[in-house]
Design a binder for this molecule. Structure first.
Ligand code: SF4
Length: 448
């Protein structure tokens, strides 16, 4: 009699949230694949659905809860057997999450990330929900061996975990714990692994990249680390994200300015510029310091592309203080800007502050900010018409239209270059002429 082949368990994986969470997802996916599970692109019919959540602010939490509820609906219809929730939301909500959503089979905290395959096996054989939440805040994650969800030619490289700043609006330190750097040898080994697998662009991430190394006995620094990363053969672009403004020192600026590989692109979330609001946010910067920093960066690197993030509608923000922020944005002319309206997140000091701003006013300020930035970005784009760029090709469709980025465009959050008549493959660098613009994107033509 022929033996029926045992079907392998299929796992659908939904990754939400920021690049730090993507790295955790990639680690979990590698563990899941190594354990012999079949990863499917159709989570609605998978045996097990893992939702790696974000719990940073209200909309992110709502998105996570929606994804969990969606998976549970498929469980109720019989298509899915088990639903596992991982990441920041279990870390923030703990076992309360079971009360918030009925039907979750397991919750997995950040410290249990690497045990995900074993947790899936246990969950498949258990009838009752279980929580795996211990040992998160002290762990320095080893992110080597990942199944990349980014295209194979670029990847994120996380250099530290947690944050020691105590911005009054932020839940991150409560979720991710105190700041701890990855040892440089671990970062370099991971970077080497990624480059050997075909990565040419590394995007350096952390909650706060500028604090790198301060907690290590060897007193390494971000400048030292990126100088070492530069030596990796085959790596072409290194991009620094999430820099804390007051911590950007001359050594770091000099290192970036002189580097062949560290692109002249910096992401510096300033959050606000009014000194009273900055103080209430518990940010150590002042408007003058922020202004001087931008001037210094542009003086050291005239071709620098700057991205920032601001919060509008912080408690007590007056019309006048908002106008001050708007004026600064007009003056600074950031190349890209992310704007959030303030969310009073439970557990944060800012949520308890007097002078909470109405949703209507927050929305008006957000729109005004984004329109102001749109004008700046569109003008900057127009000024690039006629110039030549080096572009990293991210994708090419069947009609030879490509998508790519020049050094001033970070993957996933910034605009792109739309490449007409693209003769290259993804992962290639090309030279291109900028011929026009389309909304926030640049239209370019390959010349070599
Ligand atoms: S520096 Fe960033 S992650 Fe750290 S507390 Fe402030 S906003 Fe949160």
């Amino acid at each position: 009699m022929m033996q029926r082949k045992k079907q392998k368990v299929t796992v659908g994986f939904i990754s939400l949230g920021c690049p730090k969470n993507s790295v955790d997802s990639e680690r979990m996916l590698a563990e899941i694949a190594q354990a012999g599970f079949v990863i499917t692109a159709e989570p609605d019919t998978a045996d097990v659905v893992v939702v790696n959540t974000c719990g940073f602010i209200a909309p992110a939490k709502a998105e996570s809860l929606e994804a969990i509820r969606h998976a549970i609906q498929h469980k109720l219809s019989g298509a899915v057997k088990k639903v596992i929730v991982a990441g920041c939301l279990p870390e923030r909500e703990g076992e309360q999450l079971f009360n918030q959503v009925d039907g979750i089979d397991a919750i997995v905290g950040l410290g249990q990330r690497d045990n995900i395959a074993g947790i899936i096996k246990k969950t498949l054989s258990h009838r009752h929900p279980a929580a795996y939440l211990k040992q998160s805040a002290q762990i320095i994650p080893d992110d080597r061996t990942r199944l990349l969800i980014t295209p194979g030619h670029w990847a994120y490289l996380r250099i530290s975990e947690g944050c020691n700043h105590r911005c009054s609006f932020c839940t991150i330190p409560a979720i991710r714990g105190r700041f701890r750097s990855k040892p440089p040898e671990l970062v370099l080994s991971e970077a080497g692994e990624l480059v050997s697998s075909g990565v040419v662009e590394l995007n350096i991430i952390a909650q706060d990249c500028t604090s790198y190394g301060r907690d290590l006995k060897t007193k390494n620094s971000l400048a030292g680390l990126i100088s070492d990363l530069e030596k990796i053969t085959g790596l072409s672009w290194i991009r620094l994200m999430y820099l804390y403004p007051t911590e950007i020192d001359n050594k770091l600026i000099e290192t970036i300015a002189q580097s062949e590989k560290i692109v002249h692109y910096l992401d510096i979330p300033i959050q606000h510029v009014n000194n009273t609001i900055l103080k209430a946010m518990r940010r150590p910067d002042s408007k003058d310091q922020l202004k001087r920093l931008i001037e210094k960066l542009r003086c050291a690197m005239p071709d620098i592309v700057l991205r920032t993030t601001v919060i509008v509608g912080f408690p007590g923000e007056t019309d006048h203080q908002f106008a001050e922020l708007l004026d600064f944005i007009k003056w600074a002319e950031f190349d890209a800007l992310g704007c959030f309206s303030f969310y009073p997140e439970s557990g944060t000091t800012a949520a308890q502050m007097p002078g909470q701003i109405s949703e209507k006013v927050k929305q008006q300020r957000l729109e005004e900010m984004m329109l102001t930035q749109q004008k700046i970005a569109f003008t900057k784009n127009k000024n690039r018409i006629g110039s030549q760029l080096t572009c990293l090709v991210d994708a090419v469709d069947s009609e030879n239209e490509g998508r790519g980025r020049f050094y001033g465009q970070a993957p996933d959050i910034d605009s792109v270059c739309i490449i007409k008549k693209c003769q290259a493959r993804f992962g290639d660098f090309i030279n291109a002429n900028v011929t026009g613009t389309k909304d926030y994107d640049l239209l370019v033509e390959q010349i070599s």
